[in-house]
Design a protein around this ligand. Structure first.
Ligand code: 5AD
Ligand code: SF4
Length: 482
């Protein structure tokens, strides 16, 4: 076993995936190499606590790591992300193999800490403090390839305190990243081959509206912080950037200029994930979402006016405390009214310390599960209908890897565990079957001529003209247009 090997397992949202990618690059730049679970000395689990199942998975993964590394005396575990922030050094007692815990703001210091832990076997470290400033990370400009579709953080934390949500406690107060740093990172990624960039934040619409943004603006002497709409325009203007996306916007804060951008910026993709959470005004109020259905529908209509072909997706929580059958029916009615191309729906789960945890009238698990099944059944049918309606379309597909098996879709990154996300394009069998995304973010599989015809990199990162010929349950199949 090499002394400097690591393995990362990532749970939860795209921000965690992005943090893990950065950590992997930072460790490689320090001379570490990736190794499979059970062979690596440093076993990192990047955790999510937004719902309770992922949290339970962390505990079982730590058990798995202990089992897999029992013959490696130097091996140790590192826990990062939201569960680490929440449980903190409690991990040291419950899982003695854990020697580092770090939260969102501590991740920038994790590589140095891991290096120290390798050199000092008796040491344990916690990096759990929230910093006042956006924790800018080492750019670690390794010369390796960047993925065709890259992610860039624009802020940390959240100030909204929606009644059910643990994020403001685990990720801290909102801190915007300096606009120049965002644009610089995007420009470097595009220079190095990225074709698509997704800007990431817990609530991107309130980018620039926090103490950190004001401090940066004052220090720069211009007094006025850059708004999210301005940031979008600056990034969209980067030469060579074919596609721009962002996630996650909060409906209450969406500015008219951001809606307009869908009509004016050619490379802003016609797809928006706009979390609704519930279609009942009563429940939205109890959740503290600060919009009602009339406001949400107004945003939807204005988005469709700006970009008539826009596809929307959403998050829904089913069974919030006090949710009646009528409230749930209102949610189904809202789903029908908007017609989301996809939705991520969850049973409400109590999170420690949140306002909703204290609310009476909790629903029983069976009722929540039954409502969730009804909603998902409707969504699955509707998604299939949406995909079927795309058959015959001429579109452009950004190829991001070879399909593992012909016809297989890319993994959905919203949910679950992301293992081996740093593999890049595997030289897996599957012939010439490639996978990619259309401008709406739909997964498309397409058979390409032999790799060598795509140049030294194969077809990776190429945007190719495709006709959609078949709709599957969650993806499309296309053929290359001449
Ligand atoms: N219970 C269930 N779902 C939740 N989410 C956030 N907190 C909870 C909770 N306590 C969902 C919301 C959010 C998504 C990331 O996770 O729908 O948008
Ligand atoms: Fe959680 Fe609400 Fe912030 Fe989203 S906006 S991270 S749901 S508190």
């Amino acid at each position: 076993m090499s002394d400097r090997t690591f393995h990362i397992l990532t749970f939860g949202c795209q921000m965690n995936v992005n943090d893990s990618d950065w950590l992997a690059r930072a460790l490689v730049a320090r001379g570490f190499t990736e190794a499979p679970l059970g062979k690596a000395r440093v076993n990192i689990v990047n955790t999510c606590s937004v719902r309770d199942k992922p949290e339970q998975k962390v505990y079982s993964v730590l058990g798995r790591i202990r089992q897999a590394t029992r013959k490696l005396p130097d091996a140790f575990a590192v826990v990062g992300g939201c569960v680490a922030q929440q449980i903190g050094s409690g991990f040291f007692t419950r899982f003695p193999q854990v020697r580092l815990v770090f939260g969102g703001d501590g991740s920038s210091m994790a590589p140095q800490a891991i290096e120290r832990l390798c050199a000092e076997p008796g040491l344990r470290v916690s990096l759990l403090d929230f910093s006042e400033e956006y924790p800018e990370r080492d750019a670690q400009l390794d010369s390796g390839p960047v993925p065709p579709s890259a992610f860039v953080n624009i802020m940390q934390g959240c100030d909204n305190f929606c009644a059910y949500c643990i994020v403001p406690y685990t990720r801290g107060r909102q801190k915007s990243r300096a606009a120049d740093a965002v644009v610089r990172e995007c420009a470097e990624l595009v220079d190095r081959g990225a074709k698509e960039i997704t800007l990431l934040g817990q609530n991107v619409n309130s980018y620039g509206q926090d103490a950190e943004a004001t401090r940066q603006a004052t220090a720069a002497g211009d007094g006025k912080a850059v708004s999210f709409a301005e940031l979008l325009h600056r990034v969209a203007a980067l030469p060579g950037l074919a596609r721009l996306r962002f996630v996650t916007p909060h409906p209450k804060d969406i500015a008219p200029e951001v809606i307009d951008a869908f009509g004016t910026l050619d490379n802003l993709c016609p797809r928006l994930h706009l979390p609704l959470q519930s279609g009942s005004d009563r429940i939205l109020k109890a959740m503290g979402r600060k919009y009602d259905m009339a406001r949400y529908m107004d945003i939807v209509h204005r988005l469709k006016a700006a970009r008539p072909d826009i596809q929307l997706s959403t998050d829904i929580i089913v069974g919030f405390p006090g949710e009646t059958e009528q409230d749930f029916e209102d949610t189904l009615a809202a789903m029908r009214a908007v017609g989301f191309a996809a939705s991520f729906s969850f049973c409400y789960s109590d999170r420690p310390g949140t306002r909703a945890e204290m609310l009476p009238a909790k629903l029983d698990a069976a009722e929540k599960a039954a409502r969730l099944a009804r909603l998902q059944e409707w969504q699955n049918d509707y998604t299939e209908q949406c995909l079927r309606s795309m058959v015959g379309l001429h579109t452009m597909v950004l190829l991001d890897g070879m399909s593992r098996k012909p016809g297989m879709t890319t993994p959905e990154l919203q949910e679950g565990v992301h293992e081996g996300v740093h593999d890049g394009v595997a030289g897996t069998p599957g012939g010439e079957s490639w996978q990619g995304r259309d401008p709406y973010g739909q997964a498309v599989n397409v058979v390409m001529p032999p790799r060598t015809q795509g140049g030294p990199e194969g077809w990776l990162g190429r945007i190719v003209p495709v006709t959609i010929v078949e709709a599957k349950k969650h993806s499309l199949r296309g053929v290359l247009r001449a």
